[in-house]
Design a protein around this ligand. Structure first.
Ligand SMILES: CC(C)(COP(=O)(O)OP(=O)(O)OC[C@H]1O[C@@H](n2cnc3c(N)ncnc32)[C@H](O)[C@@H]1OP(=O)(O)O)[C@@H](O)C(=O)NCCC(=O)NCCS
Length: 246
């Protein structure tokens, strides 16, 4: 597990956000201490859920979210922070902070990651494993020209698909609609390669851009307001985040 505080800069605003990354291999240790991690309402849900896969994603996701939030509010008692689910399943931070806060959570079988931010500055993220098996499903929701940009040309097809897919999922989370809306509205454009990440824009949501990092066999994308500068290399975080016991 690992946590990083990131500074975002806009012409009229400088603000800190917290990013955290938890390995699924940490799940047994977190399960043993879950009453010290989860708010009482979260704990009641966690104990009700029968499926181990959901138990794992919920607990490591909530832990990542609380690490990210506590880097902003300096709360060491995680049971005081509740992350409830809204009517569209979006995460709702319940914590008496001076400034209203938001969080965005994503998980795969191997990791959970979360970003915490002041609600005046919306953000969201998505993580996916780069997986040849998912290519067909992803391509069914990606227009051919989105994959054929010069910036992505040298990457293998599963990586290209994961970048565009996670960018779209991150946008759908920042908009709170999730992927229940037609995928075509999340169309990406103007994708370019920076030294440590990929940047792109959205045809129908000009106020947002995305940053994508290829981290080992995963891609993390963040949907970020277009005029915000975010300068962070997440790959250092991944390499610092060996599971407990490694
Ligand atoms: C949101 C969505 C894109 C997530 O994608 P995913 O690849 O399945 O899952 P991820 O691991 O990346 O993200 C899951 C997290 O996204 C967040 N999330 C779920 N729905 C969300 C929404 N509408 N807006 C923002 N974030 C959302 C949650 O925090 C969730 O984790 P949690 O359940 O542990 O709290 C997808 O689940 C979706 O399209 N959901 C539809 C939401 C919806 O309309 N629900 C209505 C039901 S009444």
């Amino acid at each position: 597990m690992s946590c990083l505080r990131i500074t975002l800069n806009r012409q009229d605003l400088t603000t800190g956000v917290g990013f955290a990354w938890v390995h699924a291999a940490d799940y047994p240790a977190l399960h043993d201490t879950c009453s010290r991690v989860l708010h009482v309402n979260e704990l009641a849900y966690y104990q009700r859920v029968p499926a181990i896969r959901r138990k794992t994603s919920f607990l490591i996701g909530r832990y990542a979210a609380k690490q990210a939030l506590s880097s902003l509010v300096h709360e060491s008692d995680y049971t005081r922070i509740e992350i409830a689910s809204g009517i569209f399943q979006q995460p709702i931070v319940k914590y008496p902070s001076p400034e209203p806060l938001g969080v965005s959570i994503s998980h795969t079988d191997k990791y959970a990651c979360a970003i915490a931010f002041p609600l005046i500055h919306p953000l969201a993220l998505d993580v996916e494993r780069i997986d040849r098996v998912s290519v067909k499903a992803m391509k069914s929701q990606i227009l051919p020209h989105e994959l054929q940009t010069e910036a992505l040309a040298r990457l293998p097809e599963p990586t290209r698909c994961a970048i565009i897919w996670t960018a779209k999922e991150a946008l759908s989370k920042v908009l709170k609609c999730g992927m229940m809306s037609p995928f075509c509205i999340f169309e990406t454009m103007d994708v370019s390669q920076e030294p440590d990440w990929i940047v792109g824009h959205f045809k129908n949501f000009g106020q947002y851009k995305f940053h994508a990092w290829v981290l080992d066999d995963h891609v993390v994308s963040m949907a970020v307001p277009k005029r915000t500068d975010i300068d962070v290399d997440l790959s250092t975080l991944l390499h610092d985040s060996l599971p407990i016991g490694d």
